[in-house]
Design a protein. Structure first.
Length: 276
C-alpha cells in the first residue's frame, strides 16, 4: 500500500499566464492542451476508482482504503487547480474541445462493468505517469516558463508519479484480466494521442501561431529532440503491454525528490490545517 498525501499548492492562480508562458508557442499550446483534459478527466478517474472500490472484497477494501482516499484527494486537487488555470485560457480565446470528447466517452461508459471504468483509468494513469517521469527528468523543457506555472506542472507530475499504481492495483483486485487491460490501453492511447493533437492544433490556430516556422521548430525540439517526449517515452509506454508489468517497476525517485525539496510550496493539507 502506498501512502498518498494530499497537498495544497501555494502559487498565484489569479494572475493570468502570459500568451506563451512556457517559452514558445508550441510548448505553450501543448501544455495548455493537456491542462484542458484534466478537469473532466480527473473527475472520471475519481468516479471510476470510487466505483471500483465498491466492488472490493472486505479484506481488500481495508487494505486499499487509505490509498484510494489519498488518490481521490490528489486528483480532486489537480482538477480544481487546472479549472482555475483553464479559465484564464478560455478568457484568452482558447476553446476546450477535449473536455467535450471526454464527457462523450464518459457517457458511453455509463452502465458498463466497473472493471472497464477502472481499466480505462489505469491505462490513462500510465500515460500520465510516463509523461510525469519524463518531465521531472528533463525540467529544462520548462526552464523558460513562468516560475509559478513551472511549479504547477512539476507538482502535478510528482503526484501523478506518486499514485501511478492505485488504479492498476484496484483493477486487479476487482478481477480485471490481462487481455482487457492491454486492449483498453491500446484504445486509450489512440484516443489520447488524437485528442491531444486536435487540441494542440486548435490552440495554435486560435493563438495565430499555426503558420509560423518557429512553431514547428519548437514542435520538433519538444517531441523529437535528443531528449524529446516521443523518443524518450516510447519504451516506457510500451512496457504496459508486458505480461509482467506493474507501475511500481518505474523509478519514482525524481518525484519524491521534488516533493521533498518543495514541501513549503506544496504543503500537506494536514499541515496547512494545523496551528502555526
Amino acid at each position: 500500500m502506498t501512502e498518498l498525501v494530499v497537498r495544497r499548492l501555494d502559487i498565484d492562480l489569479d494572475t493570468p499566464p502570459g500568451r506563451h508562458w512556457a517559452g514558445d508557442a508550441f510548448r505553450t499550446a501543448f501544455f495548455d492542451a493537456l491542462s484542458f483534459s484534466f478537469p473532466a478527466g480527473e473527475q472520471l478517474f475519481i468516479d471510476a476508482v470510487r466505483l471500483g472500490a465498491g466492488r472490493l472484497p472486505e479484506a481488500e477494501r481495508a487494505r486499499l482504503d487509505a490509498e484510494i482516499r489519498g488518490f481521490v484527494g490528489q486528483e480532486a486537487t489537480h482538477r480544481r487547480i487546472h479549472e482555475r488555470f483553464n479559465a484564464h485560457l478560455e478568457r484568452r480565446g482558447l476553446v476546450n474541445g477535449w473536455q467535450r470528447r471526454i464527457l462523450h466517452r464518459r457517457r458511453r461508459l455509463e452502465g458498463l462493468d466497473a472493471r472497464q471504468w477502472v481499466g480505462v483509468t489505469a491505462a490513462t494513469e500510465h500515460l500520465t505517469a510516463v509523461f510525469a517521469d519524463w518531465l521531472l527528468s528533463h525540467p529544462a523543457h520548462l526552464a523558460a516558463s513562468e516560475p509559478r506555472w513551472q511549479a504547477l506542472w512539476l507538482w502535478h507530475a510528482s503526484e501523478e508519479s506518486e499514485h501511478r499504481s492505485t488504479a492498476f492495483d484496484l483493477y486487479r483486485a476487482i478481477g480485471g484480466n490481462e487481455s482487457w487491460r492491454r486492449r483498453l490501453f491500446r484504445i486509450v492511447s489512440l484516443h489520447f494521442a488524437g485528442d491531444l493533437a486536435l487540441q494542440v492544433a486548435s490552440n495554435l490556430w486560435r493563438d495565430g501561431s499555426w503558420w509560423r516556422p518557429s512553431t514547428w521548430a519548437g514542435c520538433a525540439r519538444l517531441l523529437f529532440g535528443r531528449d524529446g517526449l516521443v523518443r524518450e517515452c516510447a519504451g516506457p509506454w510500451r512496457r504496459y503491454l508486458d505480461s509482467g508489468f506493474h507501475p511500481s517497476q518505474a523509478d519514482g525517485d525524481a518525484a519524491a525528490r521534488w516533493l521533498d525539496a518543495h514541501v513549503g510550496l506544496a504543503r500537506p493539507v494536514r499541515d496547512v490545517a494545523s496551528p502555526g
